[in-house]
Design a binder for this molecule. Structure first.
Ligand SMILES: [Zn+2]
Length: 228
């Protein structure tokens, strides 16, 4: 398996190209909102884009879907079904965030995804793990030792829950369930550097409530623990 990151657009969102080397098939996790990812993909010779796996429907993650689908019409697109209300706002999401020039068409969803659903690509199996809160249906794509988490969790932070359709209480529960997965899993976030679940459980300022529940000592001098 080969993982390549493309960080693009005004939000500097991380998109991910995962390639199964046995079959030569690739999957794209999230799209950015501009033309950057499509142009980078078109510049690759021999790319066989089989799937577009969306973590959630914010414009920086799904806004370029229609543009990429026009260039790669055979790729099938997967989005959590609970994201549909947010996905439907893509033509006006730019306006909602004060950037009407970033309004985008919705593109096409081939498969509405639910927890535990899998996507097979050559020797790779992607499993969908729901982690709503930042958005109504956001989730993570888990393959091997790697988790593509969108805006669920960042190195040293968590996804904002003050947006329309966000739910802070749901995010707290989602992070609790996410942290039940094996700690060695690599976390590839929608923004910023990659990390691991174990490192975040031990050090992330926003996960103090989980450390207390699990009896894990946090960083020295860190007394602020939201969610407790
Ligand atoms: Zn987001």
């Amino acid at each position: 398996m080969r993982i390549e990151r493309m960080t693009v657009g005004v939000f500097q969102v991380n998109t991910w190209l995962i390639t199964d080397e046995s079959s030569g098939l690739s999957a794209l996790v999230d799209t950015g909102e501009g033309e950057d990812v499509r142009q980078q993909l078109e510049a690759r010779s021999g790319l066989n884009l089989a799937h577009i796996l969306l973590t959630h429907a914010h414009l920086d993650h799904a806004g370029a879907l229609a543009d990429i689908q026009a260039a790669f019409p055979h790729a099938t697109t997967w989005l959590p079904e609970d994201e549909k209300p947010l996905f439907d706002t893509l033509p006006m999401q730019g306006t909602m965030f004060g950037m009407p020039h970033l309004n985008r068409p919705c593109g096409r969803i081939d498969h509405w995804v639910h927890g535990g659903d899998t996507v097979q690509m050559g020797e790779l199996t992607f499993t969908f793990v729901p982690t709503p809160g930042h958005t109504p249906g956001q989730g993570c794509w888990w393959v091997g030792d790697d988790l593509f988490v969108g805006d669920t969790l960042f190195a040293g932070s968590i996804g904002r829950t003050d947006f329309p359709m966000s739910n802070p209480a749901t995010a707290v529960e989602s992070l609790r369930r996410l942290m039940e997965l094996p700690g060695h899993l690599n976390v590839h976030s929608g923004h910023g550097p990659s990390t691991t679940l174990e490192k975040e459980l031990k050090t992330n300022p926003f996960l103090g409530y989980l450390r207390r529940e699990k009896g894990i000592e946090g960083p020295k001098g860190l007394t602020w623990a939201p969610g407790t």
